[in-house]
Write a protein that binds this ligand. Structure first.
Ligand SMILES: Nc1ncnc2c1ncn2[C@@H]1O[C@H](COP(=O)(O)OP(=O)(O)O)[C@@H](O)[C@H]1O
Ligand SMILES: [Mg+2]
Length: 231
């Protein structure tokens, strides 16, 4: 369960202060797929960063599996993140000069998974996105869709319970994008993971269990999530 309670994030100071997300609250049960929708600049990425502890909102709480991640020490947040969650961004965050194998191995090293256990996990993740034959290729030699599949292999290799995907297919054509999305949904289904995905695509949003629509930093509509307030 992810509980977001009254989070507010302001960028800048004084007369330049800009409230990017304003007092947002909701709960996401485990194993839920959630689409976050909204226009460019509405606060979607800010919300994702706050929910994952990548960034700290100045107000509010983010409680994941009973832990208030905003009160953890930086080191503990890093460890928590390395073992529980992963990220996929619109622009492929891969190490262009490294092999596909090494790219996928990296999160395991960060999470301090012993070397002896890494190879099998990396190979399973590459197989899951159908990139086994590219194991030794340099990441920069892949096509756009393959790079994003590599990013997914890297995001699933340590079997996270939560995946945050911020417009993961925004730079891909629609057919390639769909293939990439299918791998993400497949992982979420197979492992019972929570998938939180920012998208502009109504079809994709329709495939999710729940939707949160953001408008100017506030929630304009929410479907498929538990409503609180009942006593
Ligand atoms: N680091 C920053 N400094 C100042 N303003 C920012 C920063 N990041 C985002 N913003 C502003 O906050 C608002 C929300 O941004 P963002 O969360 O990236 O929106 P979205 O992901 O929905 O496009 C935008 O108006 C954006 O310009
Ligand atoms: Mg964004």
């Amino acid at each position: 369960m992810i509980t977001v309670k009254n989070i507010t994030k302001t960028y800048g100071r004084k007369q330049n202060a800009f409230v990017a997300i304003d007092n947002l609250s909701f709960q996401i049960p485990s194993r839920t797929t959630v689409a976050i929708l909204g226009k460019s600049g509405s606060g979607k990425s800010t919300l994702m960063h706050a929910m994952s502890g990548l960034d700290r909102p100045e107000k509010g709480k983010v409680i994941i599996d009973g832990k208030d991640i905003l009160t953890l020490k930086a080191r503990d947040v890093d460890a928590f993140r390395a073992n529980k969650m992963s990220f996929i961004f619109q622009s492929f965050f891969i190490q262009a000069n490294e092999s596909c194998f090494d790219n996928v191995s990296l999160p395991l090293e960060i999470a301090k998974v012993p070397r002896s256990k890494r190879r099998a996990k990396v190979e399973a993740a590459l197989a899951a996105v159908e990139l086994s034959d590219k194991k030794k290729s340099r990441a920069r030699d892949l096509s756009g869709g393959q790079k994003q599949r590599l990013a997914i292999a890297r995001a699933i290799v340590n079997e996270p319970e939560i995946i945050f995907a911020d417009e993961p297919t925004g730079n891909l054509d629609s057919v390639t994008g769909e293939v990439v999305e299918d791998f993400l949904f497949q992982y979420a289904r197979d492992k019972g993971a929570t998938l939180i995905i920012v998208t502009h695509d109504p079809d994709l949003a329709g495939k999710c269990d729940a939707r949160i629509e953001i408008q100017d930093g506030t929630i304009s509509k929410m479907t498929g999530l538990p409503t609180k307030g009942k006593k």
